[in-house]
Write a protein that binds this ligand. Structure first.
Ligand SMILES: Nc1ncnc2c1ncn2[C@@H]1O[C@H](COP(=O)(O)OP(=O)(O)OP(=O)(O)O)[C@@H](O)[C@H]1O
Length: 978
């Protein structure tokens, strides 16, 4: 940038020349010694050149050299504008505060929280806005917004202390959101630390949380594009079977963990599965546990995003972790097809599609009990005949699904019916007729057709109407589609075994009084009130839960510790050697708890306090958050989910035909206490294994490597592996595809010395930017029509109304208000209203997101999809770029960090491994150790990736769909200059 102008008068050469040529007289010294003619000199007569014309060369000294570097104008007017201004006006005074702010939050007008929050209660973020953990003083410098959700914003932040990026979810400044976000903190922390300390189950890692400017901020590992975006990048062509298999294995591993923990995700969908930034191989992680609940605390009825909603949730039947398996089946199908399998425009439409595509309907025992049966079915037989379940299985169903007309007559409104995107309406035909990739050899096609048969069989076990027959993660993980074994005949899953513990060194709790897991609603093993009946399931052994005592037994909810002195502040139980723990989302430092009554509190969780008021007799060695409570308030579940367990009926009146209230977390999609308007936002946003508990979950790893493959031009290589199953997880991300969507992430600094585990990691993918979308995916006008028929985000679920929502919330509020009040105090909530508990949030303007979607989303998504022409599996992007550099590694907390959860480290625990030396690792009291795969900033060598030369995601050739798929999901806000 700095240049020395050759024409510059200050050029040293010119300068010297100038002196030599322009100076009329030599210097005085020269002059004095000038060889002027002197008559006295003998040599004076000798000829000398004229001094003005010639003289001896005198080397320029440094002092005589004057260098002026003249910068290009553009530099002086941009980078050096301040200096330029100073030259123009010496009095010009600059301070950084004068900088225009680049807002990342919309709207950016501060109207709440002393101007910190906008009308949506979102913290107004600007580039370089600093979030500070008040306990650790760790600073998180906002760089960009990664996404928006019902709960708030997710920002990519730089952590100077550790020279790393991570994702910080900044929750809206409203109690209902904060409460539900605490559930995410609690559940994720438990999953990370207790169940998956080694980060092998594809669950996002949580690192920190704190309150800043009255907003709960949750720090996660930084991840990359979600699977929906990935499919979108592929122009809604399905991904190659090998990728589908790989991702399926990984998701299954996560689901196995959740099942063993007794946690239901409740919102599994492609948008909530993100690619990792930091690994060489294609790795994904499950995010967004904001809707999750314990299996035993399934209070909310309005859960799951519609396309991925299970029949039992739709019908208002009790649900279990099996609903996640249904969603998983939908996701697997979508990965293969590029389109949702059941893109229902309404619940009625959804059910119709399920019935048509799967050929069947929910079993009578479900229909008999489900709350919403009459909304969708009519009875054509005698219900009492089916008292005996065996009989009902053998006989024809006594229920028949309503026709569109019948539904309309019954509900007094026309059901929304979406387009049909597949030429066929049964699963087998949809999968088998899906276009094959171009250029496949006959042999490869035969192989792939075999894998497709395996896929069909696999899907059949997942999208099974009967929740009791639906495969568990364990059962599904043995399927040939997952294991890679040849598929020869329909898979017979092994009997489901009693739950196996995942975390190592977990010891059976023999405490008669229960234990915190149970008390906190975190026991996955207590026989559930709402377990799916085992009858009619060929896959269940009718054995009692042998593990029921593993985590706690029925009884009081008093804190218990066999080993005195180890009472965990945050809920723990067990003996000295095997202490279990769960985490209070808000630690002592935020709570400032003081012991009530006789209770000796070594810390507590938010809900401990209010219950303490009622029940203060506990002399707990480590007061349990849920200890001594009149009723068990689950830490693992939302405070707002704390409802008497047998209370399904209580929600029925106000519920939209379902047996429980909607989850606050379901604010956007299904209408929620958090505001239906948020639904539009979310709707628009659409966004292998070493199973420690069981060898049955050992993940096979794949030797699959992807070859360059770009079929757009019919040239280049072809993807290998689609016709055989991967046995080793060395599958790499397709750089040619992924790289298109990623911005290079710059690693600002090196690895902090305290992070041994962060070595040897490379590869980084930045988020897909809207701009890139615009650049990459054009939006032809002729696509607008298709887009216009898409579901209106505002009408995401026509069965839901704000009135119903309110009614449900009123019912819920009594349970919530107490904790909400407590939490409100913690959060120093400013408004009295916010202390009342759950209230309706400010309406979320649909402005940016919705308009983006309406105008750009659908149109740009289908640019290359001709009407009636299906998007085949394809590697769309011919441009091959190297894998981008990594930029993400987890900032380790200082070992001396005095975070809230670290305050009682001595009383606290280790999580699982008795022998695992954590000394040089993370402070496990608060955060997770970085996985060995954390990005250390070392870029992937370009040649390192099997995808470098263009990897195929699977290209199909002919038509599979009669129309373009629905899409509505918007993306990011890249801010503006104020
Ligand atoms: N760890 C992460 N790394 C990168 N991006 C992330 C991460 N977590 C979330 N995001 C981005 O932020 C978006 C919103 O996150 P998330 O789904 O957790 O928020 P939410 O408010 O719970 O959303 P929802 O409305 O679906 O409940 C995601 O779609 C994703 O794009």
């Amino acid at each position: 940038m700095d240049e020395v102008s050759p024409n510059d008068e200050a050029d040293p050469r010119a300068h010297h020349l100038g002196r030599a040529t322009d100076s009329p007289e030599p210097s005085s010294s020269s002059s004095s010694s000038s060889p002027s003619p002197s008559p006295s000199s003998s040599s004076s007569s000798a000829w000398h050149p004229r001094p003005l014309a010639f003289r001896g060369y005198v080397a320029p000294t440094s002092t005589s050299l004057r260098v002026v570097v003249r910068r290009p104008l553009v530099v002086r007017l941009t980078k050096e504008i301040v200096e330029t201004y100073r030259i123009c006006n010496p009095h010009f005074n600059y301070s950084e505060e004068l900088n225009p702010k680049r807002y990342l939050t919309t709207p950016s007008v501060g109207v709440l929280n002393d101007g910190y929050d906008n009308a949506n209660s979102d913290l107004i973020l600007t580039v370089n806005f600093v979030l500070v953990n008040p306990d650790t003083k760790r600073r998180y410098i906002v760089k960009e917004v990664l996404g928006h959700g019902t709960f708030g914003q997710v920002a990519k932040c730089w952590v100077p202390e550790t020279c790393s990026f991570l994702a910080v979810k900044i929750i809206k400044n409203q109690p209902a959101y904060s409460q539900q976000a605490l559930v995410e903190v609690s559940i994720l922390t438990t999953l990370n630390k207790k169940y998956d300390p080694e980060d092998k189950h594809h669950i996002v890692r949580i690192y920190d949380y704190f309150i800043c400017h009255q907003h709960l901020c949750i720090c996660f590992e930084l991840l990359d594009t979600n699977l929906y975006e990935l499919i979108k990048l592929n122009h809604f062509r399905g991904l190659s079977l090998s990728i589908v298999q790989l991702f399926s294995r990984q998701i299954l591993r996560g689901l196995a963990l959740l099942k063993d923990a007794g946690i239901i995700h409740c919102d599994l969908k492609p948008e909530n599965i993100l690619l990792c930034t930091s690994t060489k191989q294609a790795e994904i992680k499950i995010i967004d546990f904001g809707s999750a609940c314990m299996e035993e605390r399934t209070v909310y009825s309005y859960i799951q995003s519609r396309y991925y909603r299970s029949p039992e949730v739709l019908l208002g039947y009790r649900y279990t972790t099996a609903i996640d398996m249904w969603s998983f089946g939908c996701i697997v199908a979508e990965l293969f097809l590029g389109l949702p399998l059941f893109p229902g425009a309404s619940e009625f439409d959804l059910l119709q599609r399920m019935i048509k595509i799967l050929g069947g309907q929910p079993p009578d025992y479900v229909l008999k009990e489900a709350k919403n049966t009459t909304k969708f079915f009519k009875c054509i037989g005698n219900v009492h005949d089916m008292e005996n379940f065996q009989a009902s299985i053998c006989q024809r169903s006594v229920y028949q699904v309503l026709s569109e007309e019948e539904y309309e007559a019954r509900e007094l409104k026309k059901p929304s019916i979406g387009k049909e995107y597949f030429n066929y309406m049964n699963l087998e035909a949809i999968v088998t007729s899906y276009p094959y990739r171009k250029n496949l050899t006959k042999e490869d096609m035969i192989k792939e057709s075999q894998v497709r048969l395996a896929l069909i069989d696999f899907l059949r076990g997942l999208v099974e109407f009967d929740p009791a027959k639906r495969w568990s993660p364990f059962q599904a993980s043995g399927h040939p589609f997952v294991t890679g074994e040849p598929f020869t005949c329909p898979y017979q899953p092994p009997l489901e075994t009693p739950r196996m513990l995942v975390a190592q060194n977990i010891k059976v709790d023999h405490h008669p009084g229960g234990g915190h897991w149970f008390a906190a609603g975190l026991s996955p093993n207590v026989v559930g009130r709402n377990r799916v009946p085992l009858h009619s399931s060929p896959n269940f052994q009718a054995v009692p839960y042998a593990h029921a005592s593993s985590y706690g037994s029925l009884g009081s909810h008093g804190s218990y510790n066999d080993g005195a002195g180890l009472g965990s502040s945050y809920g723990s139980y067990g003996d000295n050697a095997n202490l279990f723990a769960y985490y209070s989302p808000v630690g002592p430092s935020a709570m400032n708890i003081s012991s009530q009554g006789n209770g000796k509190m070594l810390g507590s969780s938010p809900d401990a306090r209010w219950r303490n008021f009622q029940y203060s007799h506990v002399n707990g060695l480590g007061m349990s958050p849920s200890a001594g409570n009149i009723a068990s308030l689950p830490l693992g579940t939302s405070p707002s989910q704390f409802t008497p367990p047998n209370s399904y009926g209580q929600f029925s009146v106000g519920s939209p035909g379902q047996f429980g209230p909607p989850s606050p977390a379901r604010g956007s999609l299904q209408g929620s206490p958090l505001g239906k308007t948020a639904a539009a936002g979310q709707f628009n946003r659409r966004k292998g294994w070493t199973y420690s508990g069981s060898s049955q979950y050992q993940e096979s790893s794949s030797s699959l490597h992807w070859q360059g493959h770009h079929n757009e031009g019919g040239n280049s290589g072809q993807a290998e592996g689609s016709s055989h199953l991967p046995n080793e997880s060395t599958l790499h991300l397709p750089s040619n595809l992924i790289a298109v969507s990623r911005k290079q992430q710059q690693v600002v600094g090196g690895i902090s010395s305290g992070f041994p585990a962060m070595q040897n990691v490379s590869g980084s993918f930045a988020q897909v930017s809207n701009r890139q979308w615009h650049q990459t995916l054009g939006a032809p006008d002729d696509m607008h029509d298709a887009g216009s028929s898409l579901p209106n985000p505002g009408d995401w679920d026509p069965n839901y109304s704000d009135e119903l929502l309110l009614e449900e919330m009123e019912e819920e509020s009594s349970d919530k208000s107490c904790l909400a009040t407590e939490f409100g105090k913690v959060m120093h909530l400013s408004s009295a209203e916010s202390l009342v508990g759950v209230r309706r949030p400010t309406k979320v303007p649909t402005s940016s997101t919705n308009s983006f979607i309406r105008h750009n989303g659908p149109a740009q998504s289908f640019i290359h999809v001709e009407p009636g022409n299906p998007p085949p599996h394809d590697q769309y992007f011919g441009q091959i770029r190297g894998l981008s550099n990594p930029s993400h590694f987890m900032p380790p907390p200082s070992h001396n960090s005095f975070s809230r959860l670290a305050q009682h480290r001595a009383q606290r625990l280790y999580y699982g491994r008795a022998s695992s030396g954590r000394g040089n690792e993370w402070d496990y009291n608060k955060m997770q150790a970085p996985s060995s795969s954390f990005n250390n900033g070392v870029a992937h060598p370009h040649g390192n990736s099997s995808f470098i030369n263009g990897m195929s995601w699977g290209r199909r050739a002919s038509d599979a769909f009669t129309n373009i798929p629905p899409t509505t999901r918007g993306r990011k806000d890249y801010g503006r200059i104020a």
